[in-house]
Design a protein around this ligand. Structure first.
Ligand code: SAM
Length: 280
């Protein structure tokens, strides 16, 4: 009888994955870290009992969290990533002509597990001379940091354990302080189907500090319910003002498989049944 992993989305709802192989099952000081192989999504990183990323569809998530904010900023050179231990987001950011990326991940085991068992996700990103990887708490780092950034990306687990403060209004206020005058922030903001309250909370907290707040709707097939959101907050430019042809021009040659100019526009124009969650 095969083993199955159940990722529980909302009340009475889960998505199940047949486990054909277990490469790692270890407990870090922060979470249970597993790497498994599944027939549908290939190798997957699981933290506690939640799917984080998979070799089959990691590009959907990482492209849609990285490129809309990096294109909304007029000329991003210094980027901050909080979380993102699998390195997939870092790899996307480094496709842009940025000068420096500081990545603050609390759990060394997540980095090591992905590099060892799903190296295709980070590729050579951690070896890039522009990368500075810091193994520490992103909340404390942002609170105490004096460096300025153009773009900040919060690629966190859902609010539990060490990632709870990463969804707080104080954290967003500290990020606002770190960002320059054209600063742009994007955060992982959960499912519009069974985490509507979280999406609303993130939007409310971000609106306390940022004049422009836009939630983007995207698809991550390996996530329960597939639909997912990222919320972008900007001090000045509005992602809605970015024409599809300008997006296509700036990502030409990056070999992207999800993000295009029309996807940019679609992500910012949700179907009516989701409008109250994404724009409320
Ligand atoms: N890239 C992934 C995906 O495609 O879904 C997103 C998840 S990534 C693995 C989330 C990371 O956030 C984890 O590695 C976790 O250790 C990290 N994290 C949680 N709380 C943190 C904190 N306070 N500071 C820094 N990293 C944190």
């Amino acid at each position: 009888m095969a083993d199955w992993l159940w990722d529980h989305g909302g009340e009475g709802f889960a998505q199940a994955y047949r486990v054909d192989e277990v490469f790692l099952d270890a407990q870090s000081p922060y979470q249970r870290v597993r790497v498994i192989r599944t027939p549908m999504f290939g190798r997957m990183l699981i933290l506690d009992d939640a799917v984080q990323t998979s070799e089959a569809d990691e590009f959907c998530y990482h492209e849609m969290l990285a490129h809309p904010p990096l294109l909304t900023h007029p000329q991003p050179r210094r980027v901050l990533i909080i979380g993102g231990g699998d390195g997939g987001l870092l790899e996307e950011v480094l496709k842009h002509p940025v000068e420096r990326v500081v990545m603050v991940e609390i759990d060394r085991l997540v980095v090591d597990a992905t590099l060892r068992h799903i190296p295709e996700i980070p590729g050579r990103a951690f070896d890039d001379p522009r990368t500075e990887l810091r193994i520490e708490d992103g909340f404390a780092y942002v609170r105490d940091c004096q460096e300025r950034f153009d773009v900040a990306l919060v690629d966190s687990t859902d609010p539990q354990g060490p990632s709870v403060p990463l969804f707080g209004e104080a954290f967003y206020g500290d990020l606002f302080r770190l960002l320059g005058d054209d600063g742009v922030l994007a955060v992982q903001s959960g499912s519009p189907l069974y985490q509507a309250d979280l999406v609303s909370q993130v939007r409310r907290h971000l609106r306390t500090h940022f004049p422009v707040v836009r939630t983007l709707l995207t698809c991550v097939p390996s996530y329960p319910g597939v639909l997912w959101t990222f919320t972008l907050a900007s001090k000045r430019a509005d992602p809605l003002d970015l024409p599809p042809e300008a997006v296509d021009r700036r990502v030409a040659g990056m070999g992207l498989r999800y993000y295009t100019g029309l996807q940019h526009r679609a992500a910012l124009n949700p179907p009516p049944f989701l409008r109250s969650v994404l724009e409320g």
